[in-house]
Design a binder for this molecule. Structure first.
Ligand code: PLP
Length: 412
């Protein structure tokens, strides 16, 4: 992230909501969307690509509202997600459902809401046909070894055609998922694989190229190479002589949101680990506030501030090596794995900023270890600071535990 936050803003937010706290930057969300749109129009295929963002990559309705203002749609995968958006009056945002196999009940819910669903299994497709759905789209698994959990496999494509013919219907769309954190090369392969499907499903009007576009957390600007991606897509469209009325969709999450957020934690103490040269940097954070970094063995870039929010520069001369320690008893509670370097003057009361935490971080907060979730604030484009999520309550973990047990079958 090229940080669009100044220390005075961080200071004000922490003064009001404490730490740890997530902060998002509205301007960066817009910049990231603009980058993708610029790449689309520079490649000469403007008006041919719909942009959706996966809601679960962040799951904050206030962030979803910004996306709605930018005229970006959302990819959903569960009823809960749709209910969350509706609860925040975001019913008008374009939504597509790219889920796994849906239960009859879930499928009925989405159909009632008139949401376009990319059906992930043959039985879901048949159920949709039974219910008279016209605009039929399927999720396809085009991975080399057909091992994706979601998606109809190429071996089943003939069966799809038979089912559709029997019902006198045509397929309108396919949805492809290249897998998460993939580099350009992998996505280009999936473009080709997607276009090859046109020879089987000739009635297609939409090819959804899915999400999974890599964001490189080690770089200051780690964005996916959208320019090359769309230039190549344009080339393929020409090579495959793709009919003019076919549109494409993409549904990135990480690339649009990762560098829009940061996490502030405070240092509680620093101790040298006995027998080692590394230090334990104790903080008020925990891995449960952004578990995907630990699960994905991912580090985040750091910056350091003293208690008055003056930056402490970490250079090769004055640095120490250590671990970012969480504040629970779990032996593996480090904010993320591995050694980090910190300024040797860092002390109790100073702050550490973890960058690029706008995607798959606060949204994955775990109740495990009983830590309350972090508040989320946003810096608006006009510079105003707003709290969009309160700090979780101490008792959140047990919020659904009943004061007195109910007798099962005893309630009328
Ligand atoms: C169907 C679908 N679309 C989009 C995404 C977003 O992927 P990413 O955030 O890696 O771009 C995912 C992620 O799992 C997904 O499953």
């Amino acid at each position: 992230m090229v940080t669009k936050i100044n220390p005075a803003q961080m200071k004000q937010i922490v003064k009001e909501v404490g730490s740890p706290a997530f902060i998002y930057i509205e301007a960066t969300i817009s910049d990231n969307i603009a980058r993708v749109r610029r790449a689309i129009s520079n490649s000469g295929i403007q008006n041919k690509v719909n942009l959706y963002v996966s809601y679960f990559a962040n799951s904050n309705p206030h962030i979803a509202a910004i996306l709605a203002n930018e005229e970006v749609g959302l990819t959903l995968q569960s009823i809960e997600e749709n209910e969350q958006l509706e609860a925040h009056n975001l019913k008008s945002i374009p939504r597509i459902v790219s889920s796994t196999h849906l239960s009859r009940k879930d499928l009925e819910y989405f159909l009632k809401g008139n949401l376009q669903v990319n059906y992930a299994t043959l039985s879901n497709l048949e159920e949709a046909l039974k219910r008279g759905v016209n605009n039929l789209s399927i999720r396809v698994d085009l991975s080399p070894d057909s091992n994706q959990r979601q998606g109809i496999k190429p071996e089943q494509f003939n069966k799809v055609c038979r089912i559709l013919n029997r019902n006198n219907r045509k397929l309108c769309g396919i949805h492809i998922y290249p897998g998460t954190k993939n580099k350009l090369e992998v996505h280009l392969r999936y473009q080709v694989k997607g276009l090859e499907c046109l020879s089987i499903f000739q009635s297609l009007k939409e090819i959804n190229l899915g999400g999974g576009f890599n964001y490189d957390y080690e770089l200051v600007d780690g964005h996916f190479d959208w320019a090359s991606y769309f230039i190549e897509l344009k080339k393929r469209i020409d090579e495959f002589k793709v009919p003019k009325d076919i549109i494409f969709s993409i549904e990135p999450g990480r690339d649009i949101l990762a560098d829009t957020g940061l996490l502030i934690v405070q240092v509680n103490g620093i101790e040298k680990i006995v027998g080692k040269s590394a230090y334990e940097v104790f903080t008020d954070g925990s891995y449960v506030q952004m578990p995907s970094a630990t699960i994905g063995q991912r580090q985040h870039r750091l910056s350091f501030y003293n208690s008055r929010f003056q930056e402490i520069i970490c250079g090769l001369i004055n640095e120490k090596a250590g671990y970012l320690s969480g504040n629970t008893t779990l032996s593996s509670d480090r904010l993320f794995p591995g050694i980090v370097y910190f300024p040797s003057s860092l002390k109790e009361g100073d702050y550490i900023i973890l960058e690029d935490v706008g995607a798959y971080c606060a949204t994955q907060h775990m109740d495990f270890l009983n830590k309350s979730s972090c508040p989320e604030a946003i810096i608006r484009k006009n510079g105003s600071l707003e709290l969009i999520t309160e700090r979780g309550k101490m008792t959140d973990k047990i919020r659904n535990v009943l004061q007195s047990p109910w007798e099962i079958g005893g309630r009328k």
